[in-house]
Design a protein around this ligand. Structure first.
Ligand code: ZN
Ligand code: ZN
Length: 231
């Protein structure tokens, strides 16, 4: 792959998505030059133990987490959803820059290895329509790289409901299902004790909480969330 990438670069020099400079390094598979990568600063300092948001005051939960109960123990995000990282995520999700998946997988893998080594990694399932339209889905692809390049334990325990399945259900069941867009995958052999959900942007935490609720009912004891950015 490395050699293939090198020759590809010769044929088609890649520009950094942030500054436009031609990338000479061939070690990375993603279109961000090393100077721009240095500008992508991770979340640091005092954070809310619940959602991971930066706090000004010390050691207390943020207002939102103080007032609400969640099905997951905590969320941690690599970055604050602003500035350069917002652009990188935009390019990845909406401008089809598929190879940025290598950048996100690299960043997530570091934290997963250091902090969540006892947990099974479960990607938050993406929208089926996205996968159908372009053949890949952003979190699913990152999961594949984490599994194959970093040898991390990934299990796709959750799925988005398909439209087809809906048709065979009763009216009541259909209405109930409409409220739940994510369900537990069928025929799962074993339920892990500890899970870390991975997703792109943590905004209100609703999706993560929905996923965590399903896993909790299925018997998972500890559920964490790790996301690329926090909005
Ligand atoms: Zn650059
Ligand atoms: Zn919080």
């Amino acid at each position: 792959m490395e050699i293939k990438k090198y020759f590809l670069n010769l044929l088609l020099p890649e520009e950094c998505i942030l500054c436009g400079k031609i990338i000479i390094e061939t070690a990375n598979y993603y279109p961000i030059c090393s100077s721009c990568e240095d500008l992508l600063k991770p979340v640091k300092g005092n954070i809310c133990p619940g959602c991971g948001i930066s706090l000004i005051s010390e050691k207390k939960k943020c207002l939102r987490c103080r007032d609400s109960e969640s099905n997951y123990l905590s969320n941690r995000s690599l970055f604050k959803y602003s500035g350069y990282i917002k652009e990188v995520i935009y390019q990845y999700k909406f401008n089809d820059r598929k190879n940025l998946s290598f950048y996100f997988a690299k960043k997530l893998s570091k934290v997963l290895i250091e902090q969540y080594s006892d947990s099974i990694i479960v990607p938050v399932p993406g929208r089926r329509i996205v996968k159908k339209d372009r053949g890949w889905e952003h979190i699913d692809l990152i999961g594949k790289i984490l599994k194959h390049n970093y040898k991390l334990p990934i299990k796709k325990l959750l799925v988005r409901k398909g439209k087809k399945a809906q048709k065979t259900l009763s009216r009541e069941k259909r209405a109930e299902n409409l409220r739940k867009s994510i369900i537990l995958r069928e025929k799962i052999k074993s339920i892990p004790d500890s899970v870390v959900l991975i997703d792109d942007v943590f905004t209100t935490g609703t999706t993560v909480n929905e996923c965590a609720g399903i896993l909790k009912s299925a018997g998972v004891k500890e559920i964490y969330s790790l996301t690329i950015a926090l909005d």
